[in-house]
Design a protein around this ligand. Structure first.
Ligand SMILES: [Zn+2]
Length: 360
């Protein structure tokens, strides 16, 4: 039932949905594309858009729900809104990485140039600095990384039927497992994670590259194991790293020294704070507790406003922990087999006693 005197207007309803979706996308990532709007309106499922990005679906257009009339009205409204808002149009190809190189994605089956262009345009927030606009454009032009799985159990290549044994590499394309030979990646070399400079340089020099991940059952997510790169790129990177190894070691040593200095400053500040909170605490003990806490806090306590707010509580907890270990038989109780909670309860009164003595 339509309430009397307030006839529903389908055009203005549609306009509200278009603008709502566009505003939300713009607020989220400072640019908005037709795909964002269609997803936001519920006319295109984000899963379908993601599958298309990865090359599992060839064309995006057939995935869009709704009549042709509704879709073209939505596109028109979106453009009118973007122009009125002064957003900056920018044309970007959508690409994905395939074993053979970079592939430009297509939106429509017909390949009509005008329609393809309508999908390619991104409207970028005009309020952004030139540099930020440039960074967004660069990011949009980047193809998502090619990801290779290190398999947890034996699998079979869907193309040649070869067995892919546990711990070997596998590329999933269009939901089908491919051995590296069929994926045309078998000439690449595996470089395990660990050496950041070597990894960065190898990736920079390699025309083709894939990231290797392995599913962690305990953490329930894919974890990066390393990269696959061209042998020549790896060799070039190894030479560069050998050439400036000394220089990089010096930078590392300087960074470590800076961090140690930060610890020292932080520990001294904490010791002072502990002494003002607990005037009765012997200064050497305050210094020891502060040093311990500074190290454990990785220098984060006291940096931010929120951190400063937590400080008194955090330091009190640190002091209580030190008292527990150094002034009670807590460690003996643990060694005798009592669980932590039980042991803490047993020594709780003694800890409180010393805390209040030190507060005076
Ligand atoms: Zn194969």
């Amino acid at each position: 039932m339509i309430p009397a005197g307030k006839p529903s207007n389908p055009q203005s309803n549609l306009m509200n949905r278009v603008v709502g979706a566009a505003e939300a996308a713009l607020a989220d990532h400072s640019y908005v594309s037709l795909i964002d709007v269609l997803c936001g309106m519920g006319l295109l499922s984000p899963n379908a858009a993601a599958a298309w990005r990865k090359g599992r679906i060839e064309f995006l257009e057939p995935e869009i729900q709704g009549s042709g009339e509704k879709i073209s009205s939505s596109i028109e409204m979106f453009w009118r809104w973007a122009i009125e808002k002064g957003l900056k149009p920018s044309e970007t190809d959508y690409v994905r990485r395939a074993p053979t190189g970079t592939v430009t994605l297509r939106f429509t089956r017909s390949g009509d140039p005008d329609l393809e262009k309508i999908f390619r345009i991104h409207f970028i927030s005009a309020g952004l600095s030139e540099q930020k606009q440039k960074r967004i454009q660069e990011k949009l032009q980047q193809a998502p990384e090619l990801v290779v799985l290190q398999v947890l159990s034996d699998a079979k290549c869907s193309e040649c039927g070869a067995e892919v044994g546990r711990d070997s590499f596998l590329l999933m394309e269009a939901g089908q497992p491919l051995c590296l030979a069929c994926a045309r990646l078998d000439d690449l070399e595996f470089l395990p994670s660990g050496d950041a400079a070597l990894t960065r340089r190898s990736a920079k020099h390699s025309q083709r590259m894939a990231v290797v991940v392995r599913f962690s059952r305990s953490r329930k997510r894919n974890e990066r194991q390393g990269i696959l790169v061209e042998t020549s790129a790896l060799e070039k990177a190894e030479r560069e790293c050998a050439d400036d190894a000394e220089e990089r070691a010096a930078v590392r040593a300087r960074d470590a020294e800076l961090r140690r200095e930060e610890y020292r400053v932080l520990a001294a500040q904490m010791a002072q704070q502990i002494r003002s909170l607990f005037p009765g605490c012997p200064p050497p003990e305050a210094a020891r507790i502060a040093e311990h806490t500074a190290r454990r806090g990785s220098g984060r306590i006291g940096r931010t406003k929120a951190g400063r707010g937590l400080e008194e509580q955090a330091l009190t907890l640190a002091v209580a922990a030190a008292i527990r270990h150094d002034h009670t038989n807590y460690d003996e109780l643990l060694a005798s087999g009592l669980d932590r909670e039980g042991a803490r309860r047993k020594v709780g009164e003694r800890v409180e006693e010393i805390l209040s003595k030190w507060r005076r």
